[in-house]
Ligand binder design. Structure first.
Ligand code: NAD
Ligand code: FES
Length: 275
């Protein structure tokens, strides 16, 4: 059991939970993820570790209420217990030294980018681009500002920061030159277009993939992704991969495999409420 120590509503449908998980807090490194199981009937929900405090044993997760299980998770409050949290899972991010790195966070992906940018800031120049649909859904702007030499915020509708997609300032930075690496985490379509944007400039680009995850330990094969023409398991070989090698179209197709079932589960959940 893991107790929710604090709950913060960051934006409509986006929650931040600080959870008591000392074993994970002691070991986790930026880029790793965990699996949450709400109760004995619960689905396994993979979530990136967004922050942690090794001393107090607290781990922060940020999630979008997108389907039945994440909506159910969003109904929990501070003081409630989560049945199981396993982790840290996956490989830690590779943190270079002495580079200029552009971190791109799309929507809730900003919380996944944050711990990597924070670590990278210790030995690199960090430029961050944070994108969201609108002003209301921009998250962790202050935290990103703290770990960035420069921060650019974009919104799709122009209600805050620059109007447009994250790939627009990304292209401008690449045009100006001097960028050694790009780390982009957000919706798969954003990561695909971030990869297409950086490819002509030959700048190393890293993405954190979010395929369907079941066991998270390399046993079931649910998280298969194609990288460089080879099948990889995102949960143990990733979740981070070279963006220029990733078959994003296959990832998007596989993510849609259970869309009908997911929609049905969500509809039933909304009709019946939590069991
Ligand atoms: P969102 O739809 O609000 O998009 C965030 C930003 O991504 C946008 O503001 C835009 O700047 C950029 N973007 C979107 N489409 C783009 C395109 N075609 N080209 C260039 N840039 C584009 O994001 P959200 O609502 O937080 O997430 C949507 C989905 O993505 C959810 O299902 C979420 O679970 C998933 N997601 C996955 C990860 C991950 O693990 N890699 C991270 C974040 C979100
Ligand atoms: Fe089962 Fe990766 S989630 S092998």
């Amino acid at each position: 059991m893991a107790k929710i120590l604090r709950k913060l509503r960051l934006a409509p449908g986006i929650n931040e939970f600080v959870v008591d998980a000392p074993l994970i807090a002691r070991k986790a490194e930026p880029g790793q993820f965990l699996i949450v199981i709400i109760d004995e009937k619960g689905e396994r929900i993979p979530l990136t570790i967004a922050d942690l405090d090794r001393e107090s044993g607290a781990v922060t997760i940020v999630f979008l209420e997108i389907g039945k299980s994440t909506m159910e998770l969003g109904q929990l409050e501070a003081g409630d217990e989560i049945a199981h949290i396993s982790g840290p899972l996956g490989k830690a991010s590779e943190i270079p030294q002495g580079e200029t790195i552009v971190f791109v966070g799309g929507g809730v992906g900003t919380a996944a980018v944050y711990p990597i940018a924070r670590k990278a800031k210790e030995s690199n120049k960090v430029i961050s681009i944070v994108g969201a649909k609108n002003k209301e859904t921009v998250i962790w702007e202050d935290k990103m500002k703290d770990v960035s030499d420069r921060l650019i915020v974009t919104t799709d509708d122009g209600s805050y920061g620059r109007k447009g997609l994250v790939t627009e300032p990304l292209k401008e930075l690449l045009e100006q030159g001097g960028i050694d690496r790009v780390v982009a985490i957000g919706p798969p379509i954003m990561m695909k277009f971030a990869a297409l944007t950086t490819r002509p400039y030959g700048v190393k680009t890293v993405v954190s993939l979010n395929p369907i995850i079941v066991d998270g330990t390399g046993m079931c094969g649910a998280c298969r992704v194609r990288v460089g023409g080879v099948t990889k398991f995102a949960c143990v070989d990733g979740p981070e991969f070279d963006a220029h090698e990733v078959d994003f179209d296959l990832l998007l197709k596989r993510l849609a495999t259970y869309r009908e079932e997911e929609e049905l589960a969500k509809r039933l959940f909304l009709e019946r409420g939590r069991k």
